[in-house]
Design a protein around this ligand. Structure first.
Ligand code: PLP
Length: 397
C-alpha cells in the first residue's frame, strides 16, 4: 500500500471523457518518444534485433547481472578518460527504472533517507516510498537554469542520509549541467560522504553541438558513482526494456555494495535477453549521424516551444538544453478565478482545448506544467496555438 505513483493520483483527475468533443485530442504529456509517430529508431537497431532472433542464441535466461557480451559492450562504450570500466562494473537491468530500483535498495534500508531532486521524475518517489525509504527533496532553481540549490540540499542532510540522486539531463526540466556545477555537486557529496546515483538516461541528448555530454564520473576519482543508463530514450526504444548500472568506484568504497547489488539482481530473472544480445551490434552499427539528427530535431522543437511560450502572456519557460521536455511556469495571479493552480490549469485546458499537459505537481513543482517536445512540428504548432488562445481567454481582465 505504500507503493504510490504520484502522477497517477494527479493525472487520474484529467479524464479523457472531459475533453472538448469538437477538438481532436493532442497530448504533450507522455514521455515516450515513440507514441507521436515522427521519431523512429535506427534501421540498425531493428537489424540487431532480427539478427539476435535468427541466431537463436538469446532465447534462454541470461545471468542475473546480464549477458557477458552486453556488459562488455556497455563497459567499452562508457569507459571514461579517468575510469576504465570492466565488465564486472556493469549490471544489466530491466530498463533504467529497474536500475534505479536496485541502486536505491542497495544503498538504503527502510528508515534511511535519500536526497531527490525537486522538481524530479516521480518514479524516484515511488521507488523510495515503496521500500519505506524517506525521500528528502532538494530544490532545483527555476530562476537559475534548474541548478541544484546546494544550500538547501545541505540543510536536508542528517545522520540517516545514504545517497543523493542527480538527474542530468533532467526530466522534467530539460536542463543540462556544466562541468563547474557538476563539480559543485560532487564536492557536496564528498563533504557528506554520500555516494551519487547519477540518472544519466538522457546522456548525450544535448543540444549544443560544440559541447560533449559530461558524465559525473568524469569529474571525480574519489566519490563513488552509480551511473544509471539505458537505450530507451537515445535509441527511441523504451519498450525494449534494457538499462544498466555502471559502478564507477576507483577507491573501492562500494566493494560490499557490489554484493548487495548482485543479490538484488536475482529478484527477477534478468532483463530481456534478446535485447541484451542485440546490444553490442546496436552500439557498433548505429552511426553518429542518428544521434545528431535526433538531437537536432529535439533542439528545434525545444527552441520552438521556448519561443512560442515567450509570446504567451502568463507563461514562461527556461529554454531546454537537452532531453525531451520543457517546464513551463504559470503566473497564476494573471489568470481568472477558474485557474488557481497547475492542476486546474491543466484540467481546464483539457476540457476546452483537448490538449493534455502534465501538471507540475506530478514533479512536486506547483504552478508549472511539463510538455514533451517529441511531437511533430505540425502537432506542436497546433498545440501552442490552442494554448495561446486558452491563455488569452483566461487572463484576468
Ligand atoms: C529521468 C528518467 N529516469 C529513468 C527513466 C526510466 O527509463 P526506462 O524506460 O529505461 O526504465 C525515465 C523514463 O521516462 C526517466 O525520465
Amino acid at each position: 500500500m505504500r507503493t504510490v505513483n504520484p502522477i497517477r493520483q494527479i493525472v487520474d483527475k484529467l479524464r479523457d471523457e472531459d475533453m472538448n468533443p469538437n477538438k481532436s485530442k493532442l497530448s504533450l504529456s507522455i514521455g515516450d518518444p515513440t507514441v507521436f509517430g515522427n521519431l523512429k529508431t535506427d534501421k540498425m537497431v531493428e537489424e540487431a534485433i532480427i539478427k539476435a532472433v535468427q541466431e537463436g542464441k538469446c532465447n534462454g535466461y541470461a545471468p542475473s547481472m546480464g549477458r557477458d557480451d552486453a556488459r562488455k559492450a556497455v563497459a567499452t562504450r562508457y569507459s571514461l578518460k579517468n575510469h576504465s570500466v570492466k565488465m564486472s562494473d556493469v549490471v544489466i537491468c530491466s530498463g533504467a527504472s529497474g536500475a534505479l530500483d536496485i541502486c536505491i535498495q542497495a544503498l538504503c534500508n527502510e528508515g534511511d533517507e535519500i536526497l531527490l531532486p525537486q522538481p524530479g521524475f516521480s518514479l524516484y518517489t515511488t521507488l523510495a516510498g515503496s521500500k519505506g525509504i524517506e525521500a528528502k527533496y532538494y530544490n532545483l532553481k527555476s530562476n537559475d537554469a534548474w541548478k541544484v540549490d546546494l544550500e538547501h540540499a545541505r540543510s536536508l542532510v542528517t545522520s540517516k542520509t545514504r545517497a543523493i540522486l542527480v538527474n542530468n539531463p533532467s526530466n522534467p526540466c530539460g536542463s543540462v549541467y556544466d562541468a563547474a556545477h557538476l563539480k559543485d555537486i560532487i564536492n557536496f557529496a564528498e563533504e557528506f560522504k554520500l555516494p551519487i546515483i547519477a540518472d544519466e538516461i538522457y546522456a548525450d541528448m544535448i543540444f549544443d553541438e560544440t559541447e560533449k555530454f559530461i558524465h559525473m564520473a568524469e569529474l571525480t576519482d574519489t566519490v563513488p558513482i552509480l551511473s544509471v543508463g539505458g537505450i530507451a530514450k537515445q535509441f527511441l526504444v523504451p519498450g525494449y526494456r534494457v538499462g544498466w548500472i555502471i559502478i564507477y568506484d576507483k577507491m573501492g568504497y562500494m566493494n560490499q555494495l557490489r554484493d548487495g547489488i548482485q543479490r538484488l539482481t536475482t529478484l527477477i530473472l534478468g532483463a530481456n535477453t534478446l535485447v541484451q544480445g542485440a546490444l553490442p551490434y546496436i552500439f557498433e552499427k548505429v552511426e553518429p549521424s542518428f544521434y545528431k539528427n535526433l538531437n537536432r530535431s529535439l533542439k528545434e522543437s525545444s527552441d520552438y516551444t521556448a519561443e512560442r511560450i515567450s509570446n504567451i502572456k502568463g507563461l514562461s519557460a527556461i529554454r531546454p538544453q537537452g532531453a525531451m521536455y520543457c517546464m513551463i511556469g504559470i503566473d497564476i495571479d494573471m489568470f481568472d478565478d477558474q485557474i488557481n493552480d497547475d492542476v486546474e490549469f491543466s484540467s481546464l485546458l483539457l476540457k476546452e482545448e483537448s490538449l493534455i499537459v502534465l501538471p507540475g505537481q506530478c514533479f512536486r513543482m506547483k504552478n508549472f506544467f511539463r510538455v514533451v517536445t517529441c511531437p511533430s512540428k505540425n502537432d506542436l504548432v497546433e498545440a501552442y496555438d490552442r494554448l495561446e488562445q486558452f491563455c488569452a481567454r483566461h487572463l484576468r481582465k
